[in-house]
Design a protein around this ligand. Sequence first.
Ligand code: F6P
Length: 366
Amino acid sequence: MKTKTNLKRIGILTAGGDCPGLNAVIRAVVKTAIYQYGLEVIGFIDGYAGIIKNECRPLSSADASGILHRGGTILGTSNRDDPFRYPVIENGKKVFKDVSDQSIQNLEANGIDVLVVIGGDGSLTIGSKLAEKGVRLVGIPKTIDNDLWGTDVTFGFDTAVTIATFAIDRLHTTAESHHRAMVVEVMGRYAGWIALESGLAGGGDVILIPEIPYDIDKVCQEIQNRYHRGKGFSIVIVAEGAMPKKGERVVQRVIEDSTDPLRLGGIGYKIGSEIEKKTELETRVVVLGHLLRGGSPSAFDRILATRLGYHGVELAAKGKFNRMVCVRGREIEHIGLEEVGGKQRLVDPNGHLVNTGRAIGVCFGD
Ligand code: F6P
């Protein structure tokens, strides 16, 4: 027996940077929609590009089978295509156009009663704007950065922290053998969650996060102190968004079409060369980058993604639109989409995790 709902057909898309667990959400949404409610599911290709260009395909339970453990997204994604600011070439020049009306017509032409958007800050902000124009939408939070407002945790984060921790463990042994300083740069945008948690899990000696601007002399002092205590090596974990007390963030590139144009990265090399110069200790730098985003999700992320996907369909089926499912403690709840966009959930510099680190001797460079 199927549970009754007024819906017939739901659409689904994955938008923004990919993230381990996206396929697990797609699987949960498709299976819940079909098995529980007898709905049809249409998948839009490459994030919002799918609704802009009307590129979509029906998703059956067979399509959702065998994908739980797979990284990436079977639907494809994009962190560039925004229906409210879509680049087109006119008279040989690139101009940005609002194609949201056409996108909404495409949704209507496909008979979509509600659109499930799996995305982070930028993608859910777009979702909220579509909702204001009448689209019925449910948001599912994703990002490895864990910086999304309104949820205690996002799926993908646990996997990213786990991979970074494995990497730090491996770098530890080579750093120790060669008596070197090893700088490990991790992603995370403007939030230090990945650096902080992988740094604590991997036993990092110095952890530099955007929320605590650092002084390079303090960092070098810590490395030298360790050296004099007989610890000839040091592991420095740096968030890509970390910044010196006096200075700027390191921007790797600017992508004009993107919902979030700045791409951070490269701070690890700056810090590595400063450490080598000031301490005269041989130093190596490793940038983990997209390794943290690719591949299989952890067991935790598979379960979280499955719970969020199921609850997303439940919300839609009950007619609770324009909300994002979220995690509060151990429960799944929901929050208005309009509350989520444009804010960031950052590490509290005086919070429990940082204080724990300080108590066990971690240097935060301040
Ligand atoms: O938001 C996820 C994330 O991986 C960030 O940690 C990083 O700053 C950014 O995306 C990288 O984006 P791109 O894949 O466009 O290089």
